[in-house]
Ligand binder design. Structure first.
Ligand code: C2O
Ligand code: CU
Length: 577
């Protein structure tokens, strides 16, 4: 009898700790002042950024998402959540579901299986650029502890902000010749930035870097939406600062004046801790850093977030680390940290190469079964600028892949696999010899439980002497980052440099100019998964591929994910009496 009692208590304890968290969300545009200038922002329940979801590992999240936009479809992707067993809740328009029509509600239901720092964002058109994002933070399950010690925490969601509307940006990108969106007007920290003033104007050197006229000092009225959130800390404590970059374009670097950062988490996975003065963060990445308040407690300190990887035309976002022992309004005593040189790519690569799995983590499978080598190029189609992977520029079909596959709809997409490699004599150092490419919607289909290697190969864009950083993000998985290299990947040679001992697990990884990045994952999550450059205009211009795996193991897709295109007709026929 005693044993039964223990079993019952154990079951109750288990169900009590795994909560179901239900949210009712409405998305609409509203006027806002993210960087002190009025613009249209995408808001969730009136909030920009959207509300933070806090959950515990093991919880189930249910979001009833209502589209209150007048004329646009809508989806939300839960970036970093693997959607184990719920691929239809991944929120990638055209891949896992149809865009939700204006006035309609779609329910996302998924479990969050492990602690980590994540975020969510729009994944239709360029709605992420328009401000559709928020934080998603998973703490350890009740009774479990994370292997980190800290006294308090902060959450900084980083983004970039343009004054031009996404409709106009989109039109520019799809015009002939293309009109590039240019650099953002501001960088936002938790949705707040300043475009025409600086909170550090008394140190004229920071603003002078970015314009001929130095920016005036900011003056905020009470409740101003663009006033920075200060971080209030007590001396001699350790704080966890969660960082996530939802930028549309910018690669960022964050530094806290006078303080070291200990990097402990990347993309929802613990890493072997290391100390740094500043941290690079690419779009789609998340980190946790620990900061110890061991500096002069009578002072305040700058937190600065600047642009790297592209010629910066955007002033850094600033806020203040306020020791509660110092007056809140006291400005820091010296100028903010200067963002490292934008084009010091060696420095950027060196930072990436400091990230390892924590000691004691299992090693990845030592061999892989399948290998894709994906060449990233900028091309033209009838004079329209595109990005292509192995010479295919992705255009997702109107009918989501998941439904086409489930119902075996032949016309849903091209069943022929895109190329798994590119001609080995391709000159990655120069603009493409054949500038033209074609659009396609074919996908890579893998068997269940296979080990797959992907080598991302960068190249020169359409203009000479230009190769950009592309942060690649995979849905549905974490992958091991096996290594980075310069130049063209040499099959049979470069594999020898792979780190097969303690590579970090991540869901986003940078591909550096003129270089390659190798990653490995196991196809253990039945579904259809987007893999793409997280720079939103690049994805919009075709820079992505789609992976499908374990297709005969996909469970029952809710009809509401398929209420469009060919699958809609299929469903109608199925229910016709
Ligand atoms: Cu955060 Cu498919 O992206
Ligand atoms: Cu890109």
């Amino acid at each position: 009898m005693g044993v039964w009692w223990i079993v019952v208590v154990a079951i109750l304890a288990h169900t009590a700790s795994a909560a179901v968290r239900v949210y009712d969300w409405e998305v609409e545009y509203k006027f806002g002042w993210p960087d002190c200038k009025e613009g249209m922002v995408m808001a969730v329940n009136g909030q920009f950024p959207g509300p933070t979801i806090h959950a515990l590992a093991g919880d189930t999240i249910v979001v009833h998402l209502t589209n209150k936009l007048a004329t646009e479809g809508l989806v939300i992707h839960w970036h970093g959540i693997r959607q184990l067993g719920s691929p239809w809740a991944d929120g990638a328009a055209g891949v896992t579901q149809c865009a939700i029509n204006p006035g309609e509600t779609f329910t996302y239901k998924f479990t969050v299986d492990k602690p980590g720092t994540h975020f969510y964002h729009g994944h239709y058109g360029m709605q992420r650029t328009a401000g559709l994002y928020g934080s998603l933070i998973i703490d350890a399950a009740k009774g479990k502890r994370e292997p980190l010690r800290y006294d308090g925490e902060f959450n900084l969601l980083l983004s970039d902000w343009w004054h031009e509307s996404i409709l106009s940006q989109e039109l520019g990108l799809s015009s002939r010749p293309m009109r590039w969106i240019g650099e953002s007007q501001s960088i936002l920290i938790n949705g707040r930035g300043q475009f025409n003033c600086s909170i550090a104007a008394q140190f004229s050197n920071i603003s002078a870097q970015f314009s001929n006229t130095s920016l005036p000092m900011c003056t905020f009225k009470k409740g101003d939406q663009c006033a920075p959130e200060r971080l209030h800390v007590e001396p001699n404590k350790t704080y966890r600062i969660r960082l996530a970059s939802s930028t549309a374009l910018a690669s960022l670097n964050l530094a806290v004046q006078g303080h070291k950062l200990v990097v402990v988490e990347a993309d929802g996975n613990y890493i072997e801790p290391f100390v740094t003065d500043d941290i690079d963060i690419y779009s789609g990445e998340t980190y946790s850093v620990l900061l110890t308040t061991n500096q002069d407690p009578s002072q305040n300190y700058w937190i600065s977030v600047g642009v790297r990887g592209r010629k910066p035309k955007t002033p850094p976002a600033l806020t203040v680390l306020n020791y509660v022992t110092a007056p809140t309004s006291k400005p820091p005593s010296s100028p903010p940290p200067v963002t490292p040189q934008w084009n010091d790519f060696e420095r950027s690569k060196n930072f990436s190469k400091k990230i390892f799995a924590p000691r004691g983590s299992p090693s990845p499978p030592q061999k892989s079964k399948t290998r894709l080598i994906l060449l990233n190029t900028q091309n033209l189609i009838d004079g329209f600028t595109k990005w292509a992977i192995n010479n295919v520029s992705l255009a997702v079909p109107g009918t989501p892949y998941l439904g086409s596959i489930k119902y075996k709809l032949k016309r849903g997409f091209n069943r022929k696999s895109p190329p798994t490699s590119f001609p080995m004599d391709y000159d990655i150092m120069n603009p493409p010899r054949y500038r033209n490419t074609t659009q396609g919607n074919g996908i890579y289909i893998f068997p269940f439980n296979a080990t797959v290697d992907v080598i991302l190969q960068n190249a020169n864009g359409l203009d000479a002497n230009a190769s950009e950083i592309h942060p690649w993000h995979l849905h549905g998985h974490d992958f091991w980052v096996l290594g980075y290299g310069d130049g063209k990947f040499r099959p049979g040679v470069d594999e020898k440099t792979y780190n097969l001992r303690n590579p970090p697990l991540r869901n986003t990884v940078a591909l550096y100019p003129y270089g390659w990045t190798a990653l490995r994952f196991v196809t253990d999550n039945p579904g259809v998964w987007f893999f793409h450059c997280h720079i939103e205009p690049h994805l919009h211009m075709g820079m992505g591929v789609v992976f499908a795996e374990g297709l005969n193991r996909i469970g029952n897709i809710p009809d509401e994910a398929l209420g469009c295109g060919l699958t809609k007709q299929f469903l109608i026929n199925r229910f016709r009496p």
